[in-house]
Design a protein around this ligand. Structure first.
Ligand SMILES: Nc1nc2c(ncn2[C@@H]2O[C@H](COP(=O)(O)OP(=O)(O)OP(=O)(O)O)[C@@H](O)[C@H]2O)c(=O)[nH]1
Ligand SMILES: [Mg+2]
Length: 293
């Protein structure tokens, strides 16, 4: 009998959840940036071997919300935790534990979710710091295992996979063996554009950005993609476009390069910047962008 199950990847913002997801899969499914609150919706990464299928669920970082979108993001985490066979809690080895982690731990404990603690970014600390760190976390919850990793360098991610497998119940596969994610091509392309804005723009501007693929025309060798970048204010629009359109050009160039790798075809990309006033606080706009509930 094969094994199969769902595993939530949870933690506060910026600890490396999406980086780990990609490392586990060996493919770039989720976008990554050095800014907190990069991930907004849950995303599935499906890893299938001969005898097992594990569906990892990437989640937004748990934080103190300041917008309706933030509230939605936190809710996604709570709902995800309710519905999984196990969880991986990721913490950043260079950071002190804070109230967001305490909140997640109390939720995992009360729902009795078997949880592995992954202490990430160990490439940034001295080896002798590790034992005291493990000791500290051990006192917080009865973790199934504590595994130090570097998601970015793919260090010890294999050990984490082995521990995860041990927690999976017997059962049939949920998805076709060759499926890697539940996200569709349009969603991934929109996320690629958003990733570039997060990497290239400063302060609040990228957090107020939403990307929508308006049209995608696929030919034999070329894919034409037309996308809208929505932002919250006219002043943000000017920043996104940049002097002589240089910023938008940069965003487009980097995004196109990633899309070409992902789609394995040449891409023609056209980006338009539009303003949607304070959309992160407007229920109807959030809904139209797919942030349901
Ligand atoms: N040095 C180091 N950096 C890492 C490691 N893992 C992730 N990072 C970096 O940490 C930053 C955040 O990574 P993400 O994967 O986007 O973090 P996240 O937890 O998904 O963040 P949110 O989606 O905002 O909640 C990026 O700059 C990553 O390159 C690691 O093992 N070592
Ligand atoms: Mg993320």
């Amino acid at each position: 009998m094969p094994k199969s199950g769902f595993v939530a990847i949870v933690g506060r913002p910026n600890v490396g959840k999406s980086t780990l997801l990609n490392a586990l899969l060996g493919e770039k499914i989720a976008i990554i940036s050095h800014k907190p609150q990069t991930t907004r919706k849950k995303a599935l990464a499906i890893k299938t071997t001969k005898n097992a299928q594990v569906v990892f669920v990437d989640t937004p970082g748990v934080h103190r919300p300041r917008t309706k979108l933030g509230e939605y993001m936190n809710k996604v985490v709570s709902e995800t935790i309710t519905d999984v066979d196990a969880a991986i809690l990721i913490v950043d080895a260079t950071k002190e534990i804070n109230e967001n982690e305490e909140k997640i731990i109390s939720e995992l404990s009360s729902k009795k979710i078997p949880t592995i603690l992954a202490i990430n970014k160990i490439d940034l600390i001295k080896k002798e710091m590790l034992l005291p760190l493990i000791d500290k976390y051990q006192k917080l919850m009865d973790f199934v295992a504590i595994i130090p990793i570097s998601a970015k360098l793919n260090d010890n991610v294999g050990a984490l996979w082995e521990e995860t497998l041990k927690l999976m119940p017997e059962g049939p596969f949920y998805y076709p063996e060759d499926q890697l994610t539940d996200a569709n091509i349009r969603e991934i392309c929109a996320e690629i554009v958003r990733e570039k804005t997060l990497r290239l723009l400063e302060d609040e501007v990228p957090h107020g950005i939403m990307v929508e693929i308006e049209e995608m025309k696929e030919g034999d060798r070329l894919v034409r993609i037309f996308a809208n970048i929505y932002c919250e204010k006219a002043s943000h629009k000017a920043i996104i476009i940049g002097k002589n359109g240089e910023m938008l050009k940069k965003i487009g160039t980097y995004a196109r390069e990633d899309m070409e790798k992902f789609l394995e075809k040449k891409v023609y990309l056209e980006l338009w910047v539009k303003v949607k006033d304070d959309w992160r606080n407007k229920s109807n706009l959030l809904k139209s962008f797919g942030f349901e509930g």
